[in-house]
Design a protein around this ligand. Structure first.
Ligand code: FES
Length: 359
């Protein structure tokens, strides 16, 4: 089932820090199944703000063990939606909320016995806390280590909740705060979460431990720092899961690190887009609109949010032909190998191309 928007009522807006709120939604019984989520997934919210249709994606921060659908929204400079959510949104308001999606998750159950290591920076804690709570409550034989980077203690989102988890799961949950602008006496915890510090933390706390999966969520530098550090430690690439949290502009500054479209010969392609079993045919120039834009112009109600290659909402599968993406901040290597593309970033590189949102 492709993601769909429904109007949901805001059940509660809770202040988490000076610049972050969390927002819970009421889910009517007939939509309960559609809004079932996996920990680590996200919701795309949509609202008309000052006459403009604004969509933003926010990770779910509630856990699978909680009977709640809640996202955290950190106010960013000039962020229209995040400012609206932090300053205006209130209990009882209605918002268009897309059904949950996202691949920053993992399978576990009561019989799972794994060792998980999480790295989060700033609001990157949001999907991470959802995963951590869910693992701790569901898999008593698993253990979790969280290394959480912030400017200082006041900017720690979910501070109290994390402390409570530490107390409740003393034997299974370890937490290390790292502060870039505040000193707390331990040199391991002072500074940025760069590759050097990650390796130091590994040697001090994790060496000798059998780590099954690593998760990292935050801006691009921390994602590469964790990937590079664990690559050097000989850790398998596909065991490091990542979710990019970025603010507009940041991703452009870091473009060199991600996949780019090859400058091949220009192609006029016949593109077929399949969505909910319906086919839309497009004449598409390889140097022109993205597949998503072209499909939208042709009237298809394609799912999207960021249009910047970050959120993954526009993910679809190439069934025939080839396509290249301008940037990809969201798909894992194995997903790309399996033929998945971000349609907001994708352009045809073969004369005939079939792309499906249904696969
Ligand atoms: S719409 Fe967000 S990655 Fe394409």
């Amino acid at each position: 089932m492709n993601p769909r928007f429904h109007e949901l009522k805001v059940a509660d807006v809770r202040r988490e820090t000076e610049d972050t709120v969390s927002v819970a939604f009421e889910v009517p019984a007939d939509l309960a199944e559609a809004y079932q989520y996996k920990p680590g997934q996200y919701l795309t919210l949509r609202e008309e703000i000052k006459g403009e249709d604004v969509r933003r994606s926010y990770s779910i921060c509630s856990g699978a063990n909680e009977n709640e659908l809640r996202v955290a929204i950190k106010k960013v400079t000039d962020g229209r939606f995040s400012t609206y959510a932090n300053e205006i949104l209130k209990e009882g308001d209605e918002l268009k909320v897309m059904t949950p999606i996202g691949g920053f998750t993992t399978e576990f159950d009561k019989n799972t016995s794994k060792s998980y290591v999480f790295f989060a920076a700033g609001s990157g804690i949001t999907p991470v806390i959802s995963l951590i709570k869910s693992i701790l409550h569901t898999s008593p034989n698993s253990d979790v280590t969280l290394i959480y980077g912030n400017k200082g203690i006041e900017s720690v989102i979910f501070r109290e909740e994390l402390e409570n988890l530490k107390n409740e799961f003393m034997d299974n949950f370890s937490l290390l705060h790292v502060f870039s602008r505040e000193k707390i006496g331990n040199s391991l915890q002072d500074g940025r979460l760069d590759e050097d510090r990650i390796l130091k933390i590994y040697h001090a706390l994790l060496e000798g431990q059998e780590i099954d999966e690593v998760f990292v969520c935050g801006p691009e530098p921390i994602i590469y720092a964790v990937k590079d550090a664990f690559g050097k430690l000989g850790f398998e690439k596909n065991k490091v899961h990542f979710e990019l949290f970025t603010t507009p502009g940041e991703k452009d500054a870091n473009k060199s690190k991600v996949q780019h479209r090859d400058q091949g010969p220009r192609i006029d392609a016949n593109v077929k887009v399949i969505l909910d079993g319906e086919e839309t045919l497009l004449d598409l120039d390889s140097d022109g609109d993205s597949i998503l834009e072209a499909a939208q112009k042709a009237g298809a109600d394609v799912p999207f949010s960021c249009k910047g290659g970050v959120c993954c909402t526009c993910k679809a599968k190439v069934l025939e032909g080839t396509a290249k993406m301008d940037v990809n901040y969201a798909l894992e290597d194995d997903e790309v190998e399996d033929g998945y593309i971000l349609t907001c970033q994708a352009h045809p590189t073969s004369d005939e191309l079939i792309v499906s949102f249904d696969d």
